[in-house]
Design a protein around this ligand. Structure first.
Ligand code: BGC
Length: 543
């Protein structure tokens, strides 16, 4: 297949919208689907191919919508099903694809199935849709631990007030895990897939794709805390220790089990039965060689490449991660994917040091990532170079903060409403006078869309250039010896080179590549011919 005949998702750039923080279309203080619709011109102009919407389904919002009480409806806080249909249709009219988030590992405690289970006896069909298990000597059924911290089991109370069975939740206690060995569960998800496919969505992001299958003997794990830490959303999860822990997920009690392949094979059949290259991307923090449980021509289409969410600022390690990521998915015939940030991870500019240095590195990493083969996911606000917002603990909402007794601050800092215009909060996000659901910081006036649109050297304009120009890059990636351990250089098949300098000395591009022309640069200085590549900078060049 030539690049032109590949399905769209092989090379797509996908923009992640976190609906509650994107744009408030009805001025009630919260982002909504009407608000996304109003910003389609912005997204089209930015140059993305598709939009992934984080959950907008009915939910009590104990985990910002990842606790779903009806996966086939829209929460009134985000609008109506008619608004969802309008958004899908008008995105298509803009030649933008729409992907929605599916949360199949767990439900909300407010889902009708869970309410029914709580009032039904042990052993009943209603309980068989979840993991309800008896006590062991008055203790939880096993030693599994929640990824959000604390125990993975919550005990129910019998109608007579006595302690009852326990239910499993690998996240918050408001998110009971469903039992995927139950055919009724599997069939209901097929109904959900078809519901959204019939409405016209082009793809799905599959939340916690690594969790659906469980060890149904509920055996103890040798290192339950290590296992869940591998998936926690920590600032320092690029440490070698975290790397080691990530290896623990392989085929373990409730993660990355081989039975997943059978589940996704049935989904693929449904997706294939619709016209137009419908696709699914799996969220699974697994080592590259485990990609086989998620992607193949007979299961899902993509797996998120999370290497750039955690890669240290080190050219040699970066090279290693790129090599592994590409090889891992090539083994299952899938294209690689890249992401610098998402709603679960710290803003990339913060992670890479914050301030001027963090922003310079974030821009440089974007210049690298947009030149890689495959597809790229951009989290809203990343294109503005936003940092994590600081906030008082009293403003925090993330269950991670509460379940770890404040030991981990959680993910709220990356989820603060987008700054669109103006000099102070709410920066054009809403016309409502109420405070936004998470407080925006002072000092974002130079990071608003309006401010950055007018500045040719802004991060927004860098992203716009990258998103438009990446479509011209083709062919395989080959590393080129830079002669400097702190400088990574690679070349795409069509001759475009990319260099990034993670060291603290200038690198002379001219010495090594005497006939090169710089095409674009992450630096705040305009590019030129045969330039020096300063520290914390990346360029595309042609020789
Ligand atoms: C989502 C998180 C969510 C968790 C539980 C994740 O992987 O991306 O935001 O808290 O799943 O649904």
């Amino acid at each position: 297949m030539t690049a032109h005949s590949l399905p769209w998702w092989h090379t797509a750039s996908v923009y992640q919208v976190y609906p509650r923080s994107f744009f408030d279309g009805n001025n009630d203080g919260l982002g909504d689907l009407v608000g996304v619709n109003q910003k389609l011109d912005y997204l089209k102009d930015l140059g993305v191919d598709a939009i992934w919407l984080s959950p907008f389904y009915p939910s009590p919002q104990h985990d910002s919508g990842y606790d779903v009480s009806d996966p086939r409806d829209v929460d009134p806080m985000f609008g109506t099903l008619a608004d969802a249909q309008k958004l899908i249709d008008s995105a298509h009219a803009h030649s933008l694809r729409i992907m929605v988030d599916l949360v199949p590992n767990h439900m909300s405690i407010e889902h009708s199935w869970f309410r029914e289970a709580l009032t039904s006896p042990p052993g009943s069909p209603a309980r068989a849709r979840f993991h309800f298990v008896d006590s062991v000597d008055d203790n939880p059924p096993n030693n599994w631990v929640s990824i959000f911290g604390g125990p993975a089991w919550t005990r129910t109370t019998n109608p007579d007030g006595s302690p009852g069975q326990w239910y499993l939740h690998i996240f918050d206690s408001s998110q009971p895990d469903v039992n995927w060995t139950n055919p009724e569960v599997a069939a209901d998800w097929i109904t959900t897939l078809k519901f959204w496919l019939d409405m016209g969505v082009d793809g799905f992001r599959v939340d916690v794709a690594l969790g659906l299958a469980k060890d149904m003997t509920y055996a103890d794990l040798p290192d339950p805390i290590g296992l869940t830490q591998a998936l926690r959303f920590d600032l320092d999860n690029s440490s070698p220790e975290a790397e080691q822990k990530r290896l623990l997920v392989e085929n373990s009690g409730f993660m990355d089990r081989d039975e997943l392949q059978d589940i996704y094979a049935t989904w693929r059949t449904v997706l294939n039965s619709y016209p137009g290259d419908r696709m699914a991307v799996s969220e699974a923090w697994v080592p590259a060689h485990r990609a086989k449980n998620y992607v193949s021509p007979t299961s899902l289409h993509q797996i998120f490449g999370f290497d750039f969410l955690v890669v240290p600022w080190n050219a040699a390690i970066m090279k290693d991660r790129i090599t592994n990521a590409i090889a891992g998915v090539a083994a299952v015939n899938a294209p690689p994917t890249w992401a610098l940030s998402n709603h679960d991870s710290p803003r990339v500019a913060t992670r890479l040091g914050g301030g001027v240095t963090g922003l310079a590195r974030a821009r440089a990493l974007a210049v690298v990532a947009h030149a890689l083969p495959g597809s790229i996911y951009v989290f809203q606000g990343e294109e503005l170079g936003l940092e994590n917002a600081d906030m008082p603990d009293s403003a925090r909402q993330d269950p991670v903060y509460f379940r770890t007794n404040g030991e981990q601050k959680g993910r709220d800092g990356a989820r603060v409403p987008m700054p669109w215009s103006g000099q102070e909060p709410p920066y054009g996000f809403t016309q409502s006078a109420e405070p936004t659901w998470l407080p925006q910081p002072q000092g974002w006036e130079s990071f608003t869309v309006a401010a950055e649109q007018g500045d040719p050297l802004s991060t927004l304009n860098l992203y716009r250039t990258l998103l438009h120009d990446r479509t011209a890059l083709h062919g395989n990636l080959e590393f080129v010896d830079s002669g400097d351990i702190s400088v990574m250089v690679f070349r795409r098949g069509d001759g475009v080179h990319v260099a990034v300098n993670t060291g603290d000395q200038d690198y002379s591009v001219a010495d090594k590549f005497p006939t090169c022309d710089v095409i674009l640069s992450s630096d705040l200085q305009p590019g030129g011919k045969n330039e020096t590549l300063p520290p914390d900078c990346a360029i595309w060049f042609r020789c």
